[in-house]
Design a protein around this ligand. Structure first.
Ligand code: HEM
Length: 407
């Protein structure tokens, strides 16, 4: 789910093209428009916020098939959106793992798989719990209320991934501001490139440091494989960039949105507190129900393809809308209801196919341990009256910037 920088200007306005559906200000979505699109226009043409046009696929079956269709690739920053200056400032296509394909993508995924496997993540659970406890203890010491985003939902996944990948947490001021700009989705192509260059420079320096002072972490392991000739420097960079963008960013947003969703109806939080056995299924249900970054993935057609009677031409972009697929009434009974006891949940929150989420085991563990630690320490956690969360409505991430809570 790489944030796509947006460019201007795009193609001539096209008839029958919808504006990119956005949830109302101060909410995380998904936009109500998705219901109508699923019913009457499951392959719609939409105009992205900065003028490029794309196909918008909203039904579960279509989204599922598109995600695994080899005729669709994840575009690099140079491929999409189309720009008039395309040839002039094209750069090497490397950005994140999402933009790699074929054997190179497969070998990189294999090379970095071990620390993110189900077993490796299970072994790290005590460490995750320790990190959650440290943060929540400090948060509780601050009084009877506080901002849960600053105190917990943002730093927790960051600390966990810093430990695992080998990025020094104390250097977060060097990459977080750049990351915020990248994840907002509201950057032009030029800014997108500047942001990527800054992250790349930081990572190159970090890779050099791992070489001279190796650690017990994923980045050190990759640097070793690079020195043995099994991977290139660009592969190691692609991994690091993926961790900094997708890994750090999405988990924090997802945790904040999930806690807000639970606290917005106090009976939901209370049910989980009193019925811990529901937690594993509740985590899957939150993954289905809670949208992240408007829930879209960007794909580019490498040849003409037919979808639901529409022809997607070679070079056109298709957006499988995960957040809409996950609410499709054809697949999920009472799809718009958060059912913490739901079973057999085939959500698409982590995508599908060769580019499915690499950090899915870790993301599930963070969510489970994070919620468990919150429920244990703050059984009476609630949203205080008169102190609303603040939302960054300029950003496509659609998550609370601050989440005031009391206990
Ligand atoms: C709740 C949290 C998360 C959600 C909802 C999520 C969702 C997704 C989705 C939908 C994709 C597929 C994009 C596509 O098809 O192009 C993806 C890819 C990816 N995710 Fe996650 N993710 C989460 C957390 C994480 C974490 C913690 C990591 C860190 C290890 C991570 C690393 C990645 C990487 C590296 C890819 C690209 C994989 C590839 O292209 O081969 N994600 N994620």
């Amino acid at each position: 789910m790489t944030p796509q920088p947006l460019s201007a200007p795009g193609p001539e306005p096209e008839r029958g093209v919808l504006d990119f559906p956005l949830p109302p200000p101060g909410t995380m979505g998904p936009p109500e428009e998705y219901v109508r699109l699923r019913e009457s226009c499951p392959m719609a043409r939409v105009r992205m916020p900065m003028d490029a046009t794309a196909w918008f696929a909203t039904r579960y079956d279509d989204v599922r098939a598109l995600l695994a269709d080899p005729r669709l690739i994840r575009p690099t920053i140079n491929d999409w959106p189309p720009r008039p200056d395309q040839a002039a400032d094209a750069r090497p296509g490397l950005v994140t793992m999402s933009e790699l394909d074929g054997p190179r993508h497969r070998s990189l995924r294999r090379a970095v798989a071990q620390p993110f496997s189900s077993r490796a993540v299970r072994n790290r659970l005590p460490r995750l719990r320790e990190r959650a406890e440290q943060l929540l203890e400090a948060f509780q010491a601050g009084g009877r209320c506080g901002d849960l985003v600053a105190g917990f939902t943002a730093p927790f996944p960051l600390l966990v991934l810093c430990d695992l990948v080998g990025v020094p947490y104390q250097e977060r001021d060097r990459f977080l501001p750049i990351l915020d700009a990248a994840l907002s989705g509201m950057v032009t192509s030029e800014e997108g490139r500047r942001v990527t260059d800054l992250l790349r420079a930081y990572l190159s320096e970090l890779i050099d440091r791992k070489r001279s002072r190796p650690g017990d972490d994923a980045l050190t392991q990759l640097v070793r494989q690079c020195d043995e000739g099994a991977l290139s420097h660009d592969d190691v960079l692609a991994f690091g960039l993926s961790m900094l963008t997708v890994g750090f960013g999405i988990s924090g947003i997802f945790l904040a949105n999930s806690v807000h969703t639970l606290l917005a109806r106090p009976e939901r939080y209370a049910r989980l507190r009193d019925h811990r056995e529901l937690l594993p299924g509740a985590v899957e249900e939150l993954l289905r129900y809670v949208p992240v970054m408007n829930g879209v993935v960007v794909l580019l057609a490498t040849e003409d393809i037919e979808v639901r009677g529409q022809t997607v031409r070679k070079g056109e972009a298709v957006l499988p809308v995960l957040a809409s697929a996950n609410r499709d009434e054809r697949v999920f009974t009472d799809a718009d209801r958060l059912d913490l006891g739901r079973t057999g949940n085939g959500h698409l929150a982590f995508g599908r196919g060769t580019h499915n989420c690499f950090g899915a085991h870790l993301a599930r563990a963070e969510l489970t341990v994070g919620l468990e630690a919150l429920l244990d320490r703050f059984p009476g956690l609630h949203l205080p009256e008169g102190r609303e969360p603040s939302w960054d409505d300029e950003s496509l991430t659609k998550s609370p910037l601050t989440l005031p809570v009391s206990w």
